[in-house]
Design a protein around this ligand. Structure first.
Ligand code: FAD
Length: 336
């Protein structure tokens, strides 16, 4: 059975979610598709417990709470979700509707597609270790989803960027012990995070080994220890419950790259008038798009979503312009 909607949104990150709200104000229904099992994109997947300070009107908000707020805000507009399925291919039917097919064969029909696919499909950068796959989810994690999982545990964390620094600092209050391993002596992360890290080392709250890397994983059913290579020193075996290689995510556009859209370095080129792409009826908002002056910020994606739905409305309603009204005047009119 083919499901039908007004705007099909690929990606249930913050920008995809907010697009549902703006579309709902214009009476348009949305259906969101996301490869991940939960909504929220990077906020849910990479930094659910971190505070965000630059969402207008919210001096600080935990990323996971922002996602919950967005979900609450769009409730009246009853969006449909297809989660845990990747948008794989698009075609057109004989009435000029797009038909999207997901990795599990779900088909969704719409006049408009809004791509809000962020970094694309998440693929963590993995270290080159022979038996890595054996320990994935058995002691090796690439993303911290639930910090409480590491309460009272011994951790080895590798990396030198913001993600590794932020999590070492955050988990230093939760874990029993943390050994941070970094290939170099300089860090790529924010200077204030590096200072905080060095302070924690000074207080003996964490251990830091530089010019070093994990070269072997040891254990049977689950990870028990790692072997460290340290420049100009003997290898060291460290007992640990978890090894977290936090080397960041490789942006992979995934199947969307094959859809004939104008691309520039893994991002979709858009017209800033309405965030339309070179394919009529397909828009791109949030981190996935690019244009002169683009900033990958949530608030920029919210703006893009707002302008995008105005244009989508016109396309869906045969050229008719939406009438612009303040929410203070209209309130929220739920959709059926
Ligand atoms: P995303 O949040 O990336 O969501 C995209 C979704 O699309 C994902 O869920 C993905 O699974 C899905 N997807 C991709 N391809 C497909 C496909 N083919 N089929 C189905 N689903 C697909 N921004 C700020 O404004 N302030 C901050 O303080 C801030 N801090 C940050 C801290 C960190 C550590 C990181 C990593 C980012 C931070 N950002 C911050 C950036 C912010 O998270 C992004 O700008 C925002 O998440 C972009 O939202 P989005 O909806 O465009 O995409």
């Amino acid at each position: 059975m083919v499901k039908e909607t007004d705007i099909l949104i690929i990606g249930a990150g913050p920008c995809g979610l907010f697009a549902v709200f703006e579309a709902g104000l214009l009476g348009l229904k949305c259906h969101l598709v996301d490869s991940l099992p939960n909504a929220g994109g990077q906020l849910t997947e990479i930094y659910p417990k971190k505070p965000i300070y630059d969402v207008p009107g919210l001096p600080d908000i935990i990323a996971g709470d922002l996602v919950q707020n967005l979900l609450k805000q769009i409730q009246p507009f009853k969006p449909e979700f297809t989660l845990g399925e990747t948008a794989v291919s698009i075609s057109k039917d004989n009435e000029d509707y797009f038909i999207l097919t997901t990795s599990l064969g779900t088909k969704i029909k719409s006049k408009v597609i809004a791509i809000a696919a962020g970094l694309g499909c998440f693929e963590p950068r993995k270290p080159q270790l022979s038996n890595l796959a054996q320990f994935e989810n058995h002691g090796v994690d690439y993303i911290v989803k639930d910090p409480e999982k590491y309460a009272g545990k011994n951790l080895v964390i590798a990396g030198g960027g913001d993600s590794a620094l932020d999590w070492v600092i955050y988990l230093s209050d939760i874990a029993h012990s943390i050994l941070m391993v970094h290939r170099r002596t300089e860090f790529r992360g924010a200077p204030e995070s590096v200072n905080k890290l060095l302070e924690l080392v000074h207080q003996n709250k964490i251990q830091l080994v530089t010019n070093a890397e994990v070269k072997e994983l040891l254990g049977n059913e689950k990870l028990e220890a790692v072997k460290l290579f340290i420049e100009n020193k003997d290898d060291l075996e460290i007992k640990t419950d978890y090894f977290l290689p936090l080397f960041g995510l490789t942006p992979k556009l995934g199947p969307i790259a094959e859809w004939g859209l104008g691309l520039d370095k893994n991002a979709i080129v858009v017209n800033t008038f309405d965030y339309s792409t070179n394919v009529p009826g397909i828009y791109a908002i949030g981190d996935i798009n690019t244009y002169p002056g683009k900033l990958k910020l949530i608030l920029c994606g919210f703006h893009e979503a707002t302008l995008m739905v105005q244009s989508a409305y016109k396309l869906i309603n045969n050229g008719k312009n939406p009438s612009f009204k303040y929410t203070t005047v209209t309130g929220i009119k739920p959709l059926n």
